[in-house]
Each structure stands twice: as C-alpha cells, then as structure tokens.
Design a protein. Structure first.
Length: 289
C-alpha cells in the first residue's frame, strides 16, 4: 500500500501535515504529480478544491477496480470527501483522517445506510470480486435487505447466476490455461510452474486459474491446479468472446478464438497481459493482472 498527498502551492503546509499523519509521500500539485500517483499509489489525498481534483483525475480514471482511492481534503482541514473508490479504500481513508479532526463526508449509499458492501466483505475475507459486474446488483440488494454470504471450501462445483458475486483469493495475477485433450496432471502442473517461474510470479500471488467450460472434464487441469493449491474456474463462451486473444490459437477446434489468453484476461483485475500465450508441449498458459 502506497499513499500520496498532493497539495496546491499555498496549501502545502496543510498537505505536509496530512502526509505526516498518514505516513504518506508528499508532492506539490501538478498534473504530472497526479499521473505519477495514479501509476504508483493505492491511495491519494488531494488538499485543494474538489473542482481542481475532478479535472485533474478525470483523464486518468479507468476502473474503480484498479484506480487508486482518491480523497479530497479542503485547505482548512475540515472535511474529507471520498471522490473516487469509496468502497475501495477512500471511505476508510476519510474515516482515518478523522484522527486529525477532519470530518468524513461519506456519500456511498450502503455506508450511509450503515450497511456493508460486497467490496468491503471481500476485503475483510482477503478476497476480491471475480465477476465485477455483479457488484451493482448485489449492493442494491444489500440496501434492500440482508444478502446471504456462503463460504465454501474443498472440491466443489457451483452454478452461479450473473447477480451472484463470486469472491476469490486477493492475488495480483490470474492464469489462463488450455491443453490438448487428455493431457496429464504432471504435464499441466509442469507447464504452470514453468510459466510462473518465467514470469517470476510465486504461486501464492495467483488469485485464480481459469479455462473454458469445455475443458471441465480435463482431469489434468483439475489435478494440476489442486496440486498448486489454487482455485480453478470455468468460463463460458460468451465471457471468453469479450477478450479476443493477441496470439494465434488453435482453439477454433472447440469453437473459440482462444483459451489461455481470453481466460487469463477475463479473470483478471486490470485486464493486462503480463505473459502472452506460451506453449509447453500440449499445454498453453497465459498470465494477466
């Protein structure tokens, strides 16, 4: 977690006070300061007017699931306003700033109703929301009443609908895997370990392994992921079709444009490939973040 406090010139003293309280880096205001903070920080506190911050971050915003949390603090250090990423750390940061006598101004509906959110539940369990599009409906349901939460472990098969939020381990990477029919566990496990080694990624940093639902019968993939202590998900054709592969693929044999790269991207947080499809014998592996 990296925090940055950015303050407009004449408010630098107030900004440095906030930075000292949070143990954060301090930077004078500039558009480049915001660009740098968006690239390398998880939390940003901006000591200036809300309008300046809004115009500064608007071109940088990509997704609430990957953008840093942004909180605006007025120059008089009276109010802390979560501007972006309320459920993703900004609300918590605003409450933390109350230790300086700053009043948090919370506007997210679930918190205003003194209820949780699916993002907060995921964070409390060291997880992330895999199917991010579900969060809108789930949080709306939380506002209307209690939403059941089930924690299931061990070998399990679950058929979940689009309005069901699926929580998985909060790792940085997702791994897409495909294989020839009947590939053995040892071959698949070896390929996965080699791919992770080439990318210098410890297995513990993998959030989820993913493949096409058409490979759900492949015992080699099931056994390999189990041996790595990972979570394996199967994705349907509609989901994979949203992520055309960057590399040529023979997946046309099963009616798909690709398996490894689309699976890795579909299950990832930032939708960025860090390893394109790589072939290890009869196994293909791609890694995304």
């Amino acid at each position: 977690m990296k925090r940055t406090v950015i303050a407009l010139g004449r408010f630098e003293e107030a900004g440095k006070k906030v930075a000292g309280f949070l143990g954060a880096e301090f930077s004078p205001y500039s558009k480049e300061a915001f660009r740098e903070a968006f690239s390398h920080s998880t939390h940003i506190v901006a000591v200036m007017s809300t309008g300046i911050v809004t115009r500064s971050i608007a071109p940088l915003l990509r997704s609430k699931w990957s953008d840093p949390a942004v909180v605006v603090v007025d120059p008089g250090l009276s109010f802390a306003i979560p501007l972006a990423g309320g459920h993703h750390g900004a609300n918590d940061l605003a409450w933390e700033l109350s230790g300086l006598g700053i009043t948090p101004v919370i506007t997210t509906a679930t918190e205003r109703a003194r209820k949780s959110s699916v993002e907060i539940v995921a964070r409390e369990h060291g997880s992330r929301v895999l199917n991010q599009e579900s969060s809108v409906n789930v949080n709306a349901a939380i506002l209307d009443g209690d939403v059941p939460f089930y924690c299931i472990s061990g070998p399990t098969m679950i058929l979940a609908g689009r309005e069901t939020a699926i929580l998985v381990k909060d790792g940085e990477y997702s791994v897409g895997v495909g294989c020839r029919r009947g590939a053995g566990k040892e071959a698949v496990e070896s390929a996965l370990r080699k791919a992770l080694s080439l990318a210098s990624i410890p297995a513990g940093e993998v959030s989820v392994f993913a493949t096409t639902v058409k490979k759900s019968h492949e015992q080699g993939i099931l056994g390999a992921v189990r041996a790595l202590g990972g979570t394996l998900i199967f994705l349907d054709d509609d989901v994979l079709a949203r992520y055309p592969p960057e590399s040529p693929s023979r997946a046309g044999a099963v009616g798909l444009a690709g398996v490894a790269e689309p699976s890795a991207l579909a299950a990832s947080r930032r939708k960025e490939l860090v390893m394109k499809k790589t072939v290890f014998g009869g196994v293909t592996v791609a890694i995304a973040r």
